[in-house]
Design a protein around this ligand. Structure first.
Ligand SMILES: [Zn+2]
Length: 376
């Protein structure tokens, strides 16, 4: 069965953040809780958004989003939502703030522990439409969460789980590439590699959704063309616009299902011993997963090569590793501070991750361990 669903209202242009108040009005709400993080505040981006959007200066703000959003942070934000009398959520930031905003919306009207709504625990059908609207304002170009139906959160016990439902898709996305002009090179590269991974993994997913396939290949070609430019010259407005579109395209496609890179980067991102950035993890894991998935994917690999502008005989895995290196990203998990002692646990969690079912080649815990060792 193929469920193909494109719902999100998107305002996409330089300066689009000025439309935020109008979008809230259209949704019939006026007292948002802004969910963001300290980095966004420190970079002056929150002030920019508040000033340009016409939101009231006394708008309630939760700026304690952790690097990988947690159940505990979601509950804290829900508390603020209630005490401040909010009726909606405006999530300003990268994937973490947007995912947290989605979880806050869920928990304001859905009772019980968050775990109850996790996709792998049968939660998809427990998520209903009766929740306050979320407007997503991405400040990075990578996550695609602004149009995605998933939120990834780390529970109290350390499991990083996906909360997935069409009702989790933000009611509107304000994609303003100007908000990414100040993003530092490393984060530009790492978040951009997340977008690239979304496009590749969803394209390789065996589910039938040619609509998503077409968007994924276009997003991949766009990101391969512009990510190095956006990374080396952050003030290039065209590169920033193109990367924000590539990220959006990645987000529109991953309803088709991701694959083994995300199966591994989800539990690795939940580790408490070391803080690991999602996009950087994907960049490091992608070459080994591309080698693993090459078996049986020859036809699709030919289309990926074409989208990447590579010759017919090029080794996609090796080319992707070189690309990532040119962006200044680490080449191995070891360089990120990961050690092999967590591999058995990560491999077990990866088998259970919701992305594993849509990897083009079946992956066992043993295979995941091998991919981890190849990436060390
Ligand atoms: Zn991702």
């Amino acid at each position: 069965m193929a469920l193909i669903q494109y719902l999100t209202r998107i305002q996409f242009e330089a300066g689009a953040v000025s439309l935020l108040s109008d979008e809230l009005r259209l949704l019939g709400v006026s007292r948002p809780l802004v969910v963001t993080d300290k980095g966004i505040v420190a970079a002056g981006l929150l002030a920019t958004v508040l000033a340009k959007s016409g939101l009231q200066p006394d708008t309630a703000v939760f700026d304690d989003t952790p690097e990988n959003p947690t159940e505990a942070a979601a509950h804290q934000a829900v508390e603020l939502f209630r005490t401040a009398g909010c009726d909606s959520i405006v999530a300003v930031g990268g994937g973490s703030a947007i995912d947290l905003g989605k979880a806050v919306s869920l928990l304001t009207t859905h009772s019980g522990p968050l775990e109850r709504y996790a996709a792998i625990l049968g939660g998809v059908d427990r998520i209903g439409a009766n929740k306050p609207p979320v407007v997503a304002v991405p400040t990075t170009a990578g996550t695609g969460s602004e149009v995605g139906r998933a939120a990834l959160l780390t529970l109290e016990d350390g499991r990083k789980l996906g909360f997935i439902s069409p009702h989790m898709i933000p009611s509107a996305a304000i994609c303003d590439p100007e908000l990414t002009l100040g993003l530092p090179p490393y984060l530009t590269a790492a978040t951009g590699m997340d977008a690239i991974t979304h496009c590749i993994e969803t394209f390789l997913s065996p589910r039938f959704n040619p609509v998503a396939d077409a968007i994924a290949l276009d997003g991949l070609a766009r990101a391969m063309r512009w990510l190095e430019i956006a990374t080396s010259n952050g003030s290039d407005a065209t590169a920033r616009r193109e990367m924000m579109m590539a990220a959006l395209q990645g987000g529109l496609t991953f309803q088709k299902g991701l694959g083994a890179v995300h199966s591994l980067s989800h539990p690795l991102g939940g580790l408490k011993s070391v803080k690991l950035h999602h996009g950087t993890l994907n960049a490091v894991l992608l070459p080994a997963v591309l080698r693993y998935n090459a078996v049986g994917s020859e036809e699709k690999y030919a289309r990926i090569r074409a989208a990447m502008g590579l010759s017919e005989l090029a080794d996609i895995s090796a080319e992707m590793a070189k690309f990532s290196q040119r962006l200044g990203l680490p080449a191995t998990l070891g360089q990120m501070g990961v050690t092999a002692d967590c591999f058995d646990q990560i491999a077990q969690h990866a088998v259970q991750d919701h992305s594993t079912a849509s990897n083009p080649r079946p992956v066992s815990a043993h295979d995941f361990r091998q991919i981890l060792e190849d990436s060390l």
